[in-house]
Design a protein around this ligand. Structure first.
Ligand SMILES: Nc1ncnc2c1ncn2[C@@H]1O[C@H](COP(=O)(O)OP(=O)(O)OP(=O)(O)O)[C@@H](O)[C@H]1O
Ligand SMILES: [Mg+2]
Length: 424
């Protein structure tokens, strides 16, 4: 990319981006919301055209693009979504099936010829990697949280999050030269994120991944491309290294700017002092010129800091909540099946578990927003609930787990199959 620009109306999103991504590079594309990361990926993927500048992709390069939202997928089953780009192999498999079907009723010479043809075809299927392909597809689906019973289910039966997972799976099986992934962990639970990190480390494709997940970036990329105010800066190293280097560069710039300001002030003082003195006129003139030419280092903005202030609340009882044998079902779906939990004042609990297992349901029961069907929910005196909702939450409120690194919470509660073992 050279001097690539892109505007929406009067809003200049890319103000001249220069970028080269070599084969097998592993780049994390970062920047604040609205910085233009998605726009940049869409340009590379050819989903959008730049307004100006040059964008060249080496001829014959294959690209695989996972959009941030709404990946388009063919109709058909989950497994077919992954195998679809390998249509030749799929056609062979269908033909083998058909021949076997015909063989069942054929006799004599006809049967012999069918057997020969099917044998030939099986050979070619095997040589083309047909058997491994399906096994690989199933392994990928497993890693992304699809059970064996899901393989033959039509994709449209799945939630948007799971359809995104299938789209990601299809890209991973296809292994294009460049993988362009726009926030791939958004729809994944912790287990699937860990699987994806492992999988990506073995993939030979170049990787450009947009993510706000620091742990994920640290484990998958070796350089960081930062979009900020319409421009792109590339830093070597993973995310932590980028943060450290950036902080160092900023500290240096602050120092440089301070010493420049000091010199400027000195010159200004001289000018101020002798400005009306005829004998110093020439010196004042030369200093005025000097002032114009003096370097002024710009200090990049620091990381925005978040400030929270929690309003004072009355001290609650020692035991904040007690749940005992709590049951909650939605129709025939039994979400909480006899759940026990105690929460003590000062506890900080990470609630983890696969999508749809009932994390949000449990929160709502504890907060008193959802009545339990059965069991005891005892809230301590002066109990008050406040919550910040996950803006990406789907209808069942699941999702948003990906940002939690392992071991971040002092205590983790794993919610599986409606029971709650408390760990750590
Ligand atoms: N089709 C469009 N029409 C108008 N404005 C758009 C369009 N697409 C993007 N923008 C604007 O361009 C800017 C960059 O958007 P983009 O989606 O590339 O940001 P991003 O870095 O991917 O943000 P996020 O982290 O939220 O995904 C935003 O201000 C956005 O509102
Ligand atoms: Mg985006």
């Amino acid at each position: 990319m050279q001097g690539v620009t892109r505007s929406y109306g009067v809003h200049e999103v890319l103000k001249g981006v220069d970028w080269a991504v070599p084969p097998r590079a592993r780049v994390g594309l970062v920047g604040p919301n609205g910085a233009g990361k998605t726009t940049l990926l869409r340009l590379i993927a050819g989903a959008e055209e730049p307004d100006g500048g040059a964008l060249d992709i080496v001829r014959g390069t294959s690209l695989g693009y996972l959009p941030q939202e709404g990946a388009r997928l063919a109709d058909g089953t989950v497994l077919e979504a992954l195998l679809q780009p390998f249509s030749e192999i799929l056609a062979m498999e269908k033909e083998i099936e058909r021949l076997h079907h015909e063989m069942a009723t054929a006799i004599g010479e006809r049967q012999e010829s069918l057997t020969r043809r099917s044998g030939d075809l099986q050979h070619r299927f095997e040589a083309a990697g047909g058997f491994e392909l399906e096994a690989k597809a199933k392994a990928i689906l497993g890693g992304l949280g699809f059970g064996p019973e899901d393989h033959a289910r039509p994709l449209r039966e799945f939630s948007g999050g799971y359809r995104m997972r299938a789209a990601l799976g299809a890209l991973l099986l296809r292994r294009p030269d460049y993988l362009l992934l726009d926030e791939p962990t958004n729809h994944l639970d912790l287990e699937a994120v860990a699987w994806l990190e492992d999988f990506l480390s073995d993939v030979p494709s170049a990787l450009i991944v947009v993510s706000h997940d620091r742990t994920f970036l640290n484990r998958t990329v070796t350089s960081i491309a930062e979009m900020q105010e319409g421009r792109l800066t590339v830093w070597a190293g993973n995310y932590d290294r980028y943060r450290a280097e950036k902080e160092k560069a900023r500290a240096l710039a602050i120092k440089k700017a301070a010493s420049e300001a000091h010199r400027v002030a000195e010159v200004e003082r001289f000018i101020e002092r002798f400005r009306y003195k005829a004998t110093k006129a020439r010196q004042v003139q030369s200093r005025l010129k000097m002032l114009e030419k003096m370097e002024r280092t710009e200090v990049m903005a620091g990381e925005p800091t978040w400030r929270f202030s929690f309003p004072p609340v009355p001290r609650s009882a020692q035991r904040v909540a007690l749940l005992s044998a709590v049951r909650k079902s939605f129709g025939s779906r039994h979400v909480l099946k006899g759940l026990d939990l105690e929460i003590w004042r000062g506890d900080r609990i990470a609630l983890v578990g696969p999508n749809g297992c009932g994390k949000s349901t449990l929160l709502q029961v504890v907060a008193g927003r959802l009545p339990a069907d059965d069991g005891v929910v005892e809230l301590g005196e002066k109990f008050r609930a406040a919550r910040a909702r996950d803006p990406d939450a789907g209808a069942d409120g699941a999702g948003g787990d990906a940002g939690l690194g392992p071991g971040k919470g002092p205590r983790a509660a794993a919610l599986a199959s409606g029971h709650l073992p408390v760990l750590g």
